[in-house]
Design a protein around this ligand. Structure first.
Ligand code: SDX
Length: 428
């Protein structure tokens, strides 16, 4: 029997259908609420509001569960690769060998930017933040492919996907090279996705970068762990833009802008800046933790807390372990890692964090890995964007395939009631 929720308002009882997901999550369908009752709902930050039904990623924040298309993140982290997971997230299935080969070849065939785009890079100041360049250049890239901008062209979706997934990496590497006054390095078709990115980031015209397998694997794992995360701020933004039937590149560029904020993807850069500041201040972390608990300090323990996880972020556990292993393999000791571990131990004993269920999230340790493999701090959020691209593409695809109405939330107006125009000479 269909479940029903009852709402009593002004002496009347309204019956609202209950929707149950495949993991027994339940939602009250309020699609008819305003028509039936004249009321809308209000939900600061959408903490209690489901914007859609999706088949891509499942998170259980209380149990610290994350699954892409039903497969646990722990298993994918151990056995899979970023490109195989990208196929799983976008097309809904792990690829066969032939499908994986075809997908990889498509990425290789689409890795070069149109040569004319080089001139756009010239126009950015060297200090331009690479997230600004990334969002601009994703839209700029689309100008060269007008045939891919029609969201109704299902036959070109795979090429749109391959071009965006492959070129976001090339754009990111070129942005970094330009910021350092270095010549851009073209991709090498014989290299796999992540190794090719490291090549474009660090090689020189006269000498190829020596790609350490453990560094490439660690970065591939970071991309994999960031690949999707249900309706986070940037993915919800991608769906919002897609709902107007804008093209995939425009929707992804909007996702980059939303991800940039320090409360979201920008947190990985903010964590390193926080750790560096604590280290420079000779603080063992206790002073900073005290400040993070003080609402008036304007400081937060970056990399801690999550809207959904009220338990340990499963990705943070994997990244912390990878961090330990990588630094041993690279024979690197990083004082910031020691500070991070001390902060975590201190916070998880502190009632302020325990009561608010604030645990390390995906951003707390990722920056230390990126630092160890030579990714500069201003590129950290760009790395997050490259990793999140499959999730944005998969959510864009769901919006285009479902009979989705344009996303247009309502509001409760609290401004001036009926007012009159005052001629300039009469204003005080
Ligand atoms: C990502 O949504 C996703 O899935 C995101 C993400 C993904 O993969 O897409 O997982 C990636 O964005 C991870 C989060 C990265 N951001 C940070 O690490 C920034 C620091 N964290 C916070 O700003 C915060 O925890 C958020 C933004 C992550 C979550 O914010 P919420 O859910 O709106 O929680 P809140 O701000 O309402 O905080 C609840 C309480 C408040 O205290 P009280 O008013 O109850 O007294 O907890 C406090 C907050 O002040 N709090 C923190 C804190 N995070 C929350 N206090 C100190 N340090 C923190 N980090």
């Amino acid at each position: 029997m269909d479940k029903i929720a009852e709402l009593s308002l002004e002496g009347k009882t309204f019956r609202l259908p209950v929707v149950e997901g495949s993991e027994q999550e339940r939602a009250i369908d309020i699609s008819a609420l305003r028509n039936d009752t004249g009321y809308i709902t209000l939900d600061d930050g959408y903490a209690n509001t489901g914007s859609c039904q999706s088949k891509v990623t499942f998170i259980d924040g209380e149990k610290g569960i994350l699954r892409y298309r039903g497969i646990p993140i722990e298993e994918l982290a151990e056995k899979s690769t970023f490109i195989e997971v990208a196929h799983l997230i976008i097309f809904g299935k792990l690829p066969t060998s032939a499908e994986l080969r075809r997908f990889s070849d498509l990425l290789t065939d689409n890795e070069l930017l149109n040569e004319a785009m080089k001139h756009h890079f010239e126009g950015f100041p060297t200090h331009a933040h690479p997230m600004a360049i990334l969002s601009s250049m994703i839209n700029a890239a689309s100008c060269f492919y007008p045939e891919l901008l029609d969201p109704d062209r299902k036959d070109t979706f795979v090429v749109q996907t391959a071009r965006l997934l492959s070129q976001v990496r090339t754009i990111a590497a070129f942005a970094y090279r330009k910021s350092r006054g270095l010549p851009i390095i073209y991709p090498k078709p014989e290299l796999k996705y992540t190794a090719n990115f490291l090549h474009m980031m660090h090689s020189l015209p006269y000498r190829d970068y020596e790609i350490k397998p453990e560094a490439a694997r660690a970065l591939d794992l970071i991309f994999l762990l960031h690949a999707d995360h249900e309706q986070n701020c940037s993915t919800a933004t991608v769906r919002m833009v897609a709902s107007s039937r804008a093209n995939l590149f425009a929707s992804a560029a909007a996702g980059v802008c939303a991800l940039w904020g320090p409360l979201h993807g920008g947190a990985n850069q903010a964590v390193l800046e926080m750790l560096e500041r604590i280290h420079a201040d000779g603080d063992d972390g206790s002073r900073f933790i005290a400040a993070a608990k003080d609402k008036n300090s304007g400081k937060r323990l970056m990399g801690f807390g999550h809207r959904v996880y009220k338990n340990y972020d499963p990705r943070a556990k994997i990244i912390k372990r990878t961090c330990d292993e990588l630094l041993v393999k690279l024979n690197v000791s990083d004082p910031l890692l020691d500070i991070a571990k001390h902060l975590e131990e201190a916070a998880l004993r502190d009632s302020y964090f325990v009561e608010r269920k604030l645990y390390p999230n995906v951003d707390f340790y990722s920056g230390i890995i990126m630092r160890a493999i030579g990714i500069p701090i201003e590129m950290f959020t760009v790395i997050f964007a490259i990793g999140r691209m499959p999730g944005w593409i998969a959510n864009y695809k769901e919006v285009m395939e479902a009979p989705t109405r344009i996303y247009r939330p309502r509001q409760v107006y609290t401004g001036p009631t009926l007012n009159a125009y005052v001629p300039l000479k009469e204003r005080k």
